[in-house]
Design a protein around this ligand. Structure first.
Ligand code: NCD
Length: 314
């Protein structure tokens, strides 16, 4: 078996063959999702609990739908960000849930590393749905599947990741995945939004957006994550849009067939021009959402197979 993980905590621990295994299976689920009978029994009899300690629209909906289409019993815990603190509270919650014998736990948390910590305390498969600025593996996988479908390959592409890199787990997971698959990654951001030490990932760094987009195959835009900023990272949104917002003129620096991506939620007129976001010839934003369900089905299916194998062996 190619996919040997117990949990999906990040892209970091994955072998390129495991990434390919998830994407290949996700292709099958993408086809199933476009058919009339969107159902499989891969998770039949299993219980999936979604714990989102941070707001989410598409990721939570996508995980819920993915679990239901695979036949799992899916429960969404209503987590109020304000009432839950990290540390012991998180572990206590995890232990309580663990006592209900879930098989899959999907967790989003504002603290980097919280999901890894939780995975050590429970005996089910844990999927990271985004932890702080750390990782968001299913987002990187759905982005990879979208790129592979649109470009016909997932290697030797020039991918420009632009915007608020410093606060972005999406950027981090994508950077690691695209690097593992041997693509050329460029990070484009103002110096205040570029994390320290990015050069160790072997990517090129730009603060001039036009230079960063030159001949890119893929332009991946990121949301300005104001909720993670505690001071003045940008002079003003207007100034930011002027220098780093994706508009037709800046996009013209990329290859003529370059695709435009955004993980959502979008701030139109801040990091991206609404017309470009809606341009079906360039923007693949809706396809990203569609691939999100397929990728999550694939990831949960593969983890459930490993879980069952481990339980049978015990
Ligand atoms: C991203 C996230 O939550 O990390 N959104 C998502 O999962 N689709 C990016 C963001 O919030 O900007």
């Amino acid at each position: 078996m190619t996919f040997t993980q117990r949990h999906l905590l990040g892209i970091e621990p994955l072998h390129p063959m495991e990434i390919t295994a998830i994407l290949d299976l996700a292709e099958d689920y993408a086809a199933l999702n476009r058919s009339d009978r969107k159902h499989s029994e891969a998770l039949k009899g299993l219980t999936q609990i979604n714990m989102f300690f941070e707001n989410s629209t598409r990721t939570q909906a996508s995980f819920e739908l993915a679990g239901k289409r695979l036949g799992a019993d899916v429960m969404n815990m209503a987590m109020q960000t304000s009432s839950v603190k990290k540390g012991e509270t998180l572990i206590d919650t995890a232990l309580t849930l663990n006592a209900m014998h879930p098989d899959l736990l999907v967790v989003r948390h504002p603290s980097s590393g919280a999901v890894n910590l939780l995975a050590e305390k429970v005996n089910c498969a844990v999927l990271n749905a985004g932890d702080g600025r750390h990782e968001h593996p299913t987002q990187a996988l759905l982005d990879a599947l979208t790129i592979r479908r649109k470009k016909g390959r997932l290697h030797r592409l020039t991918v420009a990741i632009c915007g608020d890199i410093a606060h972005s787990r999406v950027a981090r997971s994508n950077l690691i995945l695209l690097g593992k698959m041997e693509n050329r990654v460029r990070l484009v951001a103002p110096p205040t939004l570029m994390p320290a030490g990015v050069s160790e990932f072997g990517c090129e760094v730009f603060d001039d957006m036009r230079a960063g987009l030159q001949d890119a195959d893929v332009v991946m835009m990121l949301r300005l994550q104001k909720e993670r900023m505690d001071g003045g990272f940008i002079p003003s949104e207007r100034e930011y849009y002027h220098r780093y917002g994706l508009d037709a003129e800046k996009l013209a620096c990329a290859k003529p067939d370059a695709i435009v991506m955004h993980p959502g939620p979008m701030n139109r007129g801040v990091e991206i021009d609404g017309t470009i976001a809606d341009d079906i010839n360039r923007s693949v934003i809706q396809e990203q959402v569609e691939m999100g369900v397929a990728v999550r089905m694939a990831a949960m299916d593969l983890l459930a197979r490993n879980l069952k194998a481990a339980r049978n062996a015990a």
